[in-house]
Design a binder for this molecule. Structure first.
Ligand code: ADP
Length: 681
């Protein structure tokens, strides 16, 4: 399945609507009693109680819910009201302590000292919400820390929430992103066909040229264009188009240039004869559980020279081929406009209106865009989880994270959305550069940017409001997939919430869980990887830990001995060590582990598809891990949970530490061996 079903797709009108959207609080949604199994939300589970005698669901009015609080015997009863909120809560115990009348809300505090270029939009947002800003930081903890670039800008945050995930910058660099997308394309080729074919440079130069030669041999008239992008580049810096591999600039001075070469999408959709792309704001509210929101409003950035299909003559025309604002703003044709529907930067809704007027099915376009966003995030989340556990291992105090991402999307002539890239730090500037005298630029307010970006920041803050979180725990969301979820808490009329417009951010995951969960295979591989990393704070698997993984999952046998396991480990880590920009840390990273996992799957389950092989091996490994967990809890129970309990050797901290230092020694030996091998070549 490549996109959400029509019934699950959002109402196209809601993309455009900016006034209050009441559809998200329908009584139908909350009043549903559809006989689905109990689902858990926060620490509450929603139960449809059955008669102990008949096993049938007891008759209960449609809008009534019973809530069982996990770990207690407390049952709460509530009725949904037409506005989607719960009322008349009855509790068989402790009702008063659980649902006291809401106390006066504590003011939420925001540390904006590291907000950098998003500061202006952040300040306006905080003002709208009547929250308290700490522009110079604060000695005591804040509820929210707003960073301009990365997680690490403010050291030693041990509580609250930070607007960046550790590892996001690294994950979304062009090489890493292409690798993550490639992994998904190998498992789900049809579902991930929205990302252009890409090759990593210089590592895959040979594959790139071989592929082109093959295509040329089969069709002499074929003449592809490619776009070359430096790793870690942004704003169009260092980007160029080529039509022949010999035009690649692989070195600069004595330095090898790292980057990607990508198929150029040569038939983009044009408006006013101009190429344009979409900047969509996406909020990852949490990665565990995965929660994704998309801003209903975005921006479109237009080129400033009419588009022509690429030819040797126009390859260097950046104003024709690259939509970057930072480049086009320097073109004499750039049009600054205070209107949202004209000029070189327009709102997404104005473009969609225009397409709708031409008869384009914008509901389908929007639903394809949502699918693209969810699939892309599913591709990057596994590695993010590895970064997250290394930064904030379980048990260590730390903040929780959320992040606004900027998705750059191109619409092809046939309206298919193509992912160009994801920005971990989308510009949140609400001013634009204007040339006030030849060569002299000044920042002046940009109403289009302000409208879109302030809403995104303000509504992100509203969703991350610690008060809202508590409310969400107290009142569970309705259970079903694909149901609209009310994001509006029952706030007192005195609160700023009461006068704010409805949220511009729309939940797309877990809302569309059903359509996309089957894609989360690499995340399951990452869960195994993290499980065997063992020592807290690690991001690479050592050879001993890799052996433990093989043993626990019972993957070795007479045809695949532990010696072969070691060879596989050495082979793969050696190859990856050569490709990593930063290979200071020895061992097997997640992407290398995924490769090892695929190779094990292929060895074990021949003659089925790649994806089936991986699924089969995952099931085997997950069964191995749970069996081990069961035997561990049995041995704990037998020994009465005393401290002298004999733990499974690879789970107890001491052997783990031993394994880690053993791994370190082994690494040195392997490294020495690798160096010797390289010297021999
Ligand atoms: P940067 O991070 O430097 O902005 P991008 O990957 O966003 O790099 O590329 C810059 C611009 O180049 C995009 O905004 C888009 O206009 C154009 N572009 C990028 N990739 C492609 C592609 N595969 N096909 C067509 N145009 C592309």
């Amino acid at each position: 399945m490549s996109s959400p079903s029509a019934s699950a797709s959002p109402d196209a009108a809601s993309i455009i609507a900016t006034e209050r959207d009441t559809s998200t609080t329908s009584s139908k949604t909350l009043g549903k009693s559809d006989g689905k199994p109990a689902k858990e939300e926060g620490n509450l589970s929603v139960k449809h109680s059955k008669s102990p005698v008949s096993g049938q669901e007891q008759h209960r009015p449609d809008n009534e819910r019973h809530l069982l609080i996990r770990g207690t015997e407390k049952v709460l009863q509530s009725k949904s009201e037409p506005n989607g909120n719960y009322a008349n809560l009855k509790n068989n115990r402790d009702q008063d302590t659980l649902f006291k009348p809401p106390r006066k809300k504590r003011t939420v505090t925001v540390d904006s000292s590291k907000a950098k270029t998003s500061l202006e939009a952040l300040k306006i947002s905080i003002k709208h919400l009547k929250w308290k800003e700490f522009p110079l930081g604060r000695r005591s903890a804040c509820d929210i820390y707003w960073h301009g670039v990365s997680f690490h800008e403010n050291a030693n945050i041990v509580s609250g929430q930070v607007n960046k995930f550790p590892g996001m910058v690294e994950m979304l660099r062009k090489i890493n992103m292409s690798r993550a997308m490639r992994t998904m394309q190998e498992l789900f080729p049809e579902e991930y066909d929205f990302y252009p074919r890409s090759w990593i440079l210089p590592e895959e130069y040979q594959q790139f040229t071989a592929q082109l030669r093959m295509e040329k041999d089969s069709d002499v008239l074929i003449h592809h264009t490619f776009i070359v992008k430096p790793d870690g580049g942004s704003q169009g810096d260092g980007i160029y188009l080529i039509r022949d591999p010999s035009d690649l600039k692989l070195v600069s001075g004595s330095q090898v240039r790292q980057g990607v070469v990508q198929e150029y999408i040569h038939k983009p959709l044009l408006i006013d004869k101009l190429k344009f792309d979409i900047r969509l704001y996406v909020l990852i509210k949490s990665i565990e559980p995965l929660e994704i929101y998309i801003a209903k409003e975005g921006l479109t950035r237009f080129c400033t020279e009419p588009y022509q299909e690429p030819s040797q003559k126009n390859l260097s025309h950046v104003f024709m081929h690259l939509t970057n604002y930072s480049l086009n703003v320097h073109s004499g044709n750039f049009v600054h406009s205070d209107s949202q529907s004209t000029g070189s930067k327009r709102t997404l809704s104005s473009v969609l209106y225009r397409l709708a007027a031409k008869g384009v099915d914008i509901k389908k376009v929007w639903s394809d865009i949502i699918a693209l966003v969810i699939k892309t995030i599913i591709a990057v989340v596994p590695e993010l989880k590895v970064y997250y556990q290394a930064e904030i291992p379980p048990g260590k105090p730390g903040p929780t994270c959320f992040q606004i991402l900027g998705f750059d999307i191109l619409l092809m002539k046939n309206l298919k959305p193509i992912l160009l890239e994801v920005n971990s730090n989308p510009s949140m500037r609400i001013e634009h550069e204007q040339e006030i005298a030849p060569g002299v630029f000044e920042y002046v307010p940009s109403p289009v940017d302000e409208d879109v970006k302030v809403n995104v920041i303000r509504d992100t803050l509203r969703l991350m409001d610690p008060g809202r979180k508590k409310l969400a725990i107290a009142l569970p969301k309705p259970a079903g997939d694909g149901e609209e979820v009310s994001e509006e808490p029952d706030s007192p009329t005195s609160s700023p919430e009461a006068v704010l417009p409805s949220l511009c951010l729309k939940q797309v995951y877990p809302k569309y869980t059903k359509q996309f969960t089957y894609l989360r295979l690499v995340e399951r591989i990452a869960a195994l990887f993290i499980r065997f990393l063992g020592v807290k704070g690690n991001m690479r698997l050592g050879p001993t830990a890799f052996r433990t993984f093989i043993r626990t999952c019972k993957l070795s046998n007479s045809a695949f001995t532990m010696a072969s396991v070691d060879i596989l480990y050495i082979d793969i880590t050696r190859r990856w060590a050569g490709t990593l920009v930063d290979s200071r840390e020895a061992g097997m990273g997640l992407q290398a582990f995924v490769e090892a996992f695929s190779s094990l799957a292929c060895r074990r389950f021949k003659s089925v598809s790649r994806r089936q092989q991986v699924v089969a091996l995952l099931e085997l490994c997950e069964a191995g891990v749970s069996e081990e967990r069961r035997s561990l809890s049995c041995s704990r129970a037998l020994s009465g949970g005393s401290r002298s309990v004999t733990r499974s050797s690879h789970l107890s901290p001491a052997p783990l530490r031993r394994a880690a230092s053993q791994d370190q020694r082994l690494h040195y030996r392997l490294k020495a061996r690798t160096l010797r091998v390289n010297a021999d070549n």
